[in-house]
Ligand binder design. Structure first.
Ligand code: BDR
Ligand code: CA
Length: 307
């Protein structure tokens, strides 16, 4: 049977241990053609997230994929102090090579604009793994290009559960709530993958050990990343694979259940910033609300061990 044409994607990211796993999954998936990666400050500052994107590509032998540095600070408030959730290098001390290629000179939003205007409308998807600053800037500054996005699939927010930075706030939306509000209210095709789902996709030590035992390079690197993920988070039994869920949804939407929800994003006080509210005034968004956790973990392992 002939393969379907690969989908053209941009990965917008702040690597980030779980970003790194999502990026390696995308690199292992022939279903995607990665046009480029745009970076954003989030898990750590922009210089380090940009460098980490380059290090991942160097490791995978894919420095043909360009990296464009994006926003260093949120749209309209001072950046949060780096939380260094993912270690001092933002990526858990992973043993990744230095990039041999510099990031491109063109800023992320300028490149995204050019790409979207050059490709047929609706053919480029944006897989968003960090704060939504770059995408919001594109929408605000270059709406004619933003309107040509096929679909944005973004890890962010929490609907019914507790947040991970505030009672109702998830990190990516909290880190730049004004940007999140722009993206959610834009009416562009958007699938949000919130904590409610990503917490159902949990890597255990057994999962990491099984990947490591394959001896395959991408799988072994993901096992190392998972090991540092366990270490940076007080040696818990399992860790949620937030960002890889974006790629997993793009690869196998049938393993997720979507709900159409009318959402608004709070741009209020620090504690409430980024909180999602369901209500009539909100914008209709597709939200992944449940997932077959073991099936997507199997898919992740299968992809990482296939090359
Ligand atoms: C999100 O926050 C970051 O720390 C992770 O990389 C993920 O994108 C989860 O809330
Ligand atoms: Ca991230």
């Amino acid at each position: 049977m002939p393969h379907a044409k690969p989908r053209l994607i941009v990965i917008d990211t702040d690597p980030g241990i779980d970003d790194a796993i999502g990026i390696l999954l995308a690199l292992a998936s022939p279903e995607f053609t990665i046009a480029g990666m745009t970076t954003v400050a989030g898990n750590i500052g922009i210089e380090t997230t940009t460098r980490n994107a380059g290090r991942l590509l160097a490791f995978a032998g894919r420095e043909d994929i360009p990296v464009f540095a994006g926003a260093a600070t949120p749209l309209s408030r001072p950046g949060p102090e780096p939380l260094n959730l993912h270690g001092k290098d933002g990526i858990g001390g992973a043993d990744l090579p230095d990039p041999t290629k510099q990031p491109e000179n063109q800023p992320a939003v300028a490149w995204l604009t050019e790409l979207l205007l050059n490709e047929s409308a609706g053919t480029v998807d944006v897989l968003a793994l960090g704060p939504l600053t770059n995408i919001a800037r594109l929408i605000l500054e270059k709406p004619e290009a933003a309107n040509r996005i096929g679909r944005i699939i973004a890890m962010g927010g929490v609907v019914h559960e507790a947040g991970n930075v505030g009672p109702r706030s998830e990190f990516n939306l909290w880190a730049d709530p004004e940007a999140a509000a722009v993206v959610v209210s834009s009416g562009l095709p958007l699938v949000l993958v919130p904590l409610d789902v990503t917490r159902q996709v949990r890597a255990t030590r057994d999962f990491a050990e099984a990947l490591s035992a394959t001896g395959m390079p991408l799988a072994a690197m993901v096992a190392d990343l998972l090991e540092s993920y366990f270490e940076t988070t007080t040696h818990r039994e399992s860790r949620p694979l937030h960002d890889p869920c974006v790629m997993l949804f793009a690869l196998a939407p049938e393993l997720f259940r979507l709900e159409d929800l009318r959402l608004t994003v709070s741009t209020g006080s620090t504690e409430e910033a980024g909180a999602l509210t369901i209500g009539e005034k909100g914008t209709l968004v597709q939200v992944a609300m449940s997932v077959d956790g073991s099936a997507v973990l199997d898919l992740l392992a299968a992809k990482l061990t296939a090359i």
